[in-house]
Design a protein around this ligand. Structure first.
Ligand code: IMP
Ligand code: MG
Length: 178
């Protein structure tokens, strides 16, 4: 895919992300402290770095599963229709579930995923998003836990892509067209 030239400016450093994840892990531990049946469900692909760092900070017995929902194509436009492209492998009936998202933007993806998983009768279901862009919200949706609230900028890194690139950056950066 041809892309306009762009540069990436650091918005949230790797160090700040690590510090925030330590805090979030403590909150998640207290939320799920009495359970031995927690399933952490990462939304592919953007959450793969976040979920990897988050679960390693959790002092809890956890299982990890993944779900892929369609959202953006290869560009920057949000599509409203959310489809499940890859479902989780495990059953969640009677289980405690933590859904892990990279970024809540219009809110459609997380809203739909929570609705679908909610119909499967989990004992408890919560959501966590590393980033939240409240300015772009189209549905009334907020993750139960959020790492950072950010302004309306297109961001990449730490698992998050622009046209499938830049997921490997260790920080969150904002895309600036040059
Ligand atoms: P929503 O359904 O509009 O809330 O979109 C959520 C999904 O859109 C996220 O999981 C990301 O994959 C993608 N997304 C939203 N904002 C950005 C961004 O700034 N950069 C890259 N992907 C984004
Ligand atoms: Mg995503």
């Amino acid at each position: 895919m041809t892309q306009a030239p762009y540069e990436i400016d650091v918005m949230i450093s790797a160090k700040s992300i690590a510090a925030r994840i330590e805090d979030l892990a403590k909150i998640i531990e207290s939320e799920f402290k009495d359970t031995d049946k927690l399933v952490v469900v990462g939304l592919l692909r953007g959450s793969f770095v976040f979920i990897a760092d988050l679960v390693r900070e959790l002092d809890l017995p956890v299982e990890v599963d993944f779900l892929e929902a369609s959202s953006y194509g290869d560009g920057m436009e949000s599509s409203r229709e959310v489809r499940i492209l890859k479902d989780i492998r495990g059953q969640i009936e009677g289980r405690d579930v933590l859904v892990v998202e990279d970024i809540v933007d219009t809110g459609h993806t997380l809203h739909q995923v929570m609705e679908v998983l909610g119909t499967r009768h989990p004992a408890k279901i919560k959501s966590i998003a590393l980033l939240d862009k409240p300015a772009r919200r189209e549905v009334d949706m907020k993750a139960d836990y959020t790492g950072f609230e950010i302004p309306d900028e297109f961001v990449v890194g730490y698992g998050i892509d622009y046209a499938q690139r830049n997921r490997n950056l260790p920080f969150i950066g904002k895309v600036r067209f040059t």
